[in-house]
Design a protein around this ligand. Structure first.
Ligand code: NAD
Length: 252
């Protein structure tokens, strides 16, 4: 059997119970990685992990609320105990709490900030000590066009995703001498999160017209870029954001 592109690497993918995270977990496992399918929805994470195992991969479902430091630390410890030291972190778990800015509540603000920014920071701190010791790591954050060009009705989300671009660049600089790369992906894909803008008559045509390729990607098509960034031979690429969005964002 030929070696996979991530053979025997241990990868954590947060928010892997559905959507993009699930597609990334499946692709990484197909390339030989041992994957931790991390999600707050443990029943769905278990179903993804079992299906990966049934197709011959190595996967572990791990319950975790990324917005909680203690939950992240426990999930990281469980992953290391059962799969080994973590080589790859894909911080992907996310939520939206849309509201116009003049109506946005503190809860809507906090939930989005805690999940995206807090969750990425807690996982970053959980994986970096061992990566530094081993002088190797691949860290990928999931940002969004909203964090680059802004959006309407999701100020909390745009701020959180812009924050992740800052986290990507700052962490890339701090970790550059240690063999760890840090990059971001700004995706667009047909997942449960985008169902409303893909199907609601009020949004769907306008949104599609903003995508030069004029179609939504399947999650696996976006997962291909996450695979590229996670590989050992992507080691000269750090602090970057790949917009994998059919050409929607071409400037920054
Ligand atoms: N789909 C897109 O077009 C698109 C565009 C831009 C950015 N993104 C980003 O990509 C990532 C994945 O999005 P998706 O479209 O697959 O979304 P999705 O809603 O289909 O999946 C998100 C997953 O994250 C999990 N999750 C939510 N809160 C969590 C928490 N506190 N702890 C652990 N898990 C949690 C959910 O249970 C779910 O399994 C998100 O960060 C999202 O903001 C997606």
């Amino acid at each position: 059997m030929t070696e996979g592109k991530l053979q025997d690497r241990v990868a954590v993918i947060t928010g892997a119970a559905q959507g993009l995270g699930e597609a990334i977990a499946r692709r990484y496992a197909a390339e030989g990685a041992r994957v931790a399918v991390v999600d707050v929805n443990i029943a769905a994470a278990e179903s993804v992990a079992s299906s990966i195992v049934a197709s011959g991969g190595v996967a572990l479902a791990v319950a975790c609320d990324v917005a909680s430091r203690s939950s992240v630390d426990e999930a990281a410890a469980q992953t290391v105990a059962e799969l080994g030291p973590i080589d790859i972190l894909v911080s992907n778990a996310g939520v939206t709490r849309p509201a116009m800015l003049w109506k946005m509540t503190d809860d809507e603000w906090n939930q989005v900030m805690d999940t995206h920014v807090g969750g990425s920071f807690y996982w970053l701190q959980a994986v970096v000590p061992s990566m530094r010791e081993r002088k190797y790591g691949r860290i990928i954050f999931t940002t969004s066009a909203a964090g680059i060009i802004g959006t309407v009705g999701q100020l909390n989300y745009a701020v959180a995703k812009a924050g992740l671009l800052g986290m990507t660049r700052a962490a890339a600089r701090e970790l550059a001498p240690t063999g760890i790369t840090v990059n971001a992906v700004a995706p667009a894909a047909a997942t449960p999160m985008t169902e409303t803008i893909r199907t609601d008559e009020r949004f769907k045509d306008t949104y599609l017209e903003s995508i030069p390729l004029r179609r939504w990607a399947e999650p696996d098509e976006v997962a291909a870029s996450y695979l590229f960034l996670a590989q050992e031979d992507a080691g000269y690429l750090t602090g970057q954001c790949l917009s994998v969005d059919g050409g929607r964002v071409m400037v920054r």
